[in-house]
Design a binder for this molecule. Structure first.
Ligand code: NDP
Ligand code: MG
Ligand code: MG
Length: 330
């Protein structure tokens, strides 16, 4: 059984006297910076000028500086830039300016796992990865709760790397929700697999395939949308609260019987075989290489896919229906 760490396992005093530079004020960056500040930690924010995130940082009371400037002043550098730009910023702005014996941290292991960034041996290299979107990391903290976090230690130059990771996790509210230790390799590979096979790739195609099957058979697209897309959230909420048992208790016995006879006709041995192949591409670095190449060539496939999905019927029908639902965000 994996050990969980909570409030009393972490010591915020380890952050006393340290200046933490948060690089990037996006989804995760703003949440880490604000939560740490509210926890009494000294923070500097690096955010380039020009965009909405810069404006937000100023509104939130920061004096944003460049990455190079923030790194020069910091005892601890936490990189919350998009994974695909981290190597360039590391090479140009972080590596030349980072203090000796500093702490370097991430919220996702991609650049360490795939050796895009190879930090010097004098640095502690750790991960504090909230298992939730940045806006929830902030709102939960404000409500006195916290999004659970993963921590990992890649380099332990100080001999205190794990305790430091726990302290940071406490500073952003993570120990209120529970902290689990992992490795950069495990976090990176499972994160990529989860989002590709299940959460994003698998789910989007499952929803759309069900929707298109009904529409092609002549059913009204609005009905198909409710059945195959809208209700996903209601079902997932039940699973989130009490597992698959809770969902099965709540749905009709007819739905439950249908689940038992049909689930394995949809997710077949062939699908499982393909899941293994997807995992193999993640483990070998093939997926990472493709994604890096995609970025170096101006993202042609990425843009094409985004456009193809935006033009799907389900997106048009959904937008129309959601505009009448009071609870759906515009
Ligand atoms: P965002 O895209 O929300 O924010 C990225 C930030 O980096 C923005 O402040 C952006 O500034 C800045 N930035 C982008 N490109 C550059 C550049 N070339 N030079 C300087 N600054 C740049 O990122 P996320 O918060 O989603 O992700 C950050 C990290 O957190 C990643 O490692 C990700 O894997 C991890 N993570 C993210 C989660 C999430 O919920 N989103 C969940 C768990 C981990 P600008 O506004 O000017 O573009
Ligand atoms: Mg991810
Ligand atoms: Mg139904």
């Amino acid at each position: 059984e994996a050990k969980m760490y909570y409030e009393s396992d972490a010591d915020l005093n380890l952050l006393n006297g340290k200046t933490i530079a948060i690089l990037g004020y996006g989804s995760q960056g703003h949440a880490h910076a604000l939560n740490l500040r509210d926890s009494g930690v000294r923070v500097i924010v690096a955010q380039r000028e020009g965009g909405a995130n810069y404006k937000k940082a100023v509104e939130d009371g920061w004096k944003p500086v460049s990455v190079a400037e923030a790194v020069k002043q910091a005892d601890w550098v936490h990189i919350l830039l998009p994974d695909e730009v981290q190597k360039k910023v590391w090479d140009e702005d972080v590596l030349p300016n980072i203090k000796k014996n500093a702490i370097l941290s991430f919220s996702h292991g991609f650049n360490i796992r795939y050796k895009r960034i190879s930090p010097n041996a004098d640095l502690d290299v750790i991960m504090i990865a909230p298992k939730g979107p940045g806006h929830l990391v902030r709102s939960q903290y404000e409500e006195g709760k916290g999004v659970p976090c993963l921590i990992a230690v890649e380099q332990n130059a100080s001999g205190k790397a794990k305790e430091l990771a726990l302290a940071y996790a406490k500073g952003i509210g993570g120990t209120r929700g529970g902290v689990l230790e992992t490795t950069f390799t495990e976090e990176t590979e499972t994160d990529l697999f989860g989002e590709q096979a299940v959460l994003c790739g698998g789910l989007v195609e499952l929803i759309n395939s069900g929707f298109e099957t009904l529409v092609a058979a002549g059913y009204q697209p609005e009905i198909a949308y409710f059945e195959c897309c809208h209700e996903v959230k209601l079902i997932v909420d039940l699973i989130f609260q009490g597992g698959i048992g809770r969902m099965n208790y709540s749905i009709s016995d007819t739905a439950e019987y249908g689940e038992y006879v049909t689930g394995k006709r949809i997710i077949t041995d062939e699908t499982r075989k393909e899941m293994k192949a997807v995992l193999a591409d993640i483990q070998s670095g093939k997926f990472a290489d493709n994604w890096i190449k995609e970025n170096e060539t101006g993202r042609p496939n990425f843009k094409k896919s985004r456009e193809e999905i935006a033009n799907r019927l389900i997106e048009n029908v959904g937008a129309r229906l959601r505009s009448k639902m009071s609870w759906a965000k515009k």
